[in-house]
Design a protein around this ligand. Structure first.
Ligand code: SF4
Length: 286
């Protein structure tokens, strides 16, 4: 769930809100979860599987001294990215989060989850067909998880839906789940020293499925081990986003539900290490 955290570092219209930290592993995509990796790197004494509220729990309703909101109106708030918003251990905390989302109707809240099967037992009483300002991403990593989660996801009352295929660890066909109710499919490989390889052919196949159904597609990161034309590359962390961008295969992404078109300020240095996509596709900076 690191995709948007990475974007948030670059895009000024984004904000982060991490009401709790820690999560339990539930599917193959969790194997090398970055929350566990980061906790280990920083020598955390509390187990990564133990969810705890953070000091930022009330961040959306916090104000500055001048009484203005700490998170300025209009931002896209990436929510709960070092846990899962639908984690069972957080059930007693979530009610307050929904309230904050209601109060801050001037923000967009975006969370993605591997627990979409818990959605209906997690929503507030006044959810009806969804809050206008809440976006939900259903994460899948292989065919089995896609075939389990996406039919559930498709039937849910959610105003803004996206599918996050990440970490992409095998070829996946999601074609039967794609239609105009899906506002974006975002695809990425796995990070970390133990990362499982991501094959560019799988990425291109997902793009083909999206184009056929006219669903916006985003290739957001290569992951650490990336296979292209049968050759495996090791892509260092700082270049995993820029290399995906350099592939230049996003489709209709300007129709994404982000409230304004963002301008990603890529630096030339973001491209320097790897030559994965030189000569293959355009290298236009915009
Ligand atoms: S659901 Fe997400 S945050 Fe939780 S263990 Fe799996 S990958 Fe990590």
């Amino acid at each position: 769930m690191t995709i948007f955290a990475d974007m948030a570092e670059h895009w000024s219209i984004y904000a982060d809100w991490n009401p709790w930290h820690g999560c339990t592993k539930i599917s193959p995509g969790c194997k090398y979860c970055y929350v566990y990796r980061q906790d280990e790197m920083y020598g955390s004494e509390i187990g990564s599987n133990l969810a705890r509220k953070t000091a930022a729990f009330n961040l959306p309703v916090k104000r500055k001294r001048d009484r203005s909101w700490k998170i300025e109106p209009g931002k896209m708030v990436f929510t709960c990215f070092t846990s899962d918003f639908l984690l069972k251990d957080a059930d007693e905390w979530r009610r307050e989060c929904w309230q904050m989302m209601r109060v801050r109707s001037d923000l967009w809240f975006y969370f993605f989850t591997k627990r979409i099967d818990r959605f209906m037992e997690c929503i507030p009483d006044d959810w009806a067909d969804g809050y206008d300002n809440v976006l939900v991403g259903c994460t899948v990593e292989n065919q089995q998880m896609a075939d389990y989660r996406l039919p559930i996801f498709k039937a849910l009352p959610i105003k803004h839906k996206s599918i996050i295929v990440s970490p992409l660890i095998s070829a996946v066909n999601i074609s039967e789940y794609l239609d105009s109710s899906i506002e974006e499919v975002s695809v990425g490989g796995e990070s970390g020293v133990d990362a499982r390889p991501c094959d560019y052919e799988w990425v291109l196949d997902l793009r083909r499925q999206c184009v056929e159904k006219d669903v916006p597609f985003r290739f957001h990161q290569t992951g650490a081990k990336f296979i292209k034309n049968g050759k495996q590359y090791y892509v260092r962390r700082p270049f995993q986003l820029s290399q995906a961008h350099k592939a230049n295969i996003d489709y209709k992404i300007d129709q994404f539900f982000v409230p304004e078109k963002v301008k990603f300020e890529w630096k030339e240095s973001d491209y320097r290490q790897e030559e994965l996509f030189d000569g293959l596709l355009t290298n236009k900076l915009y």
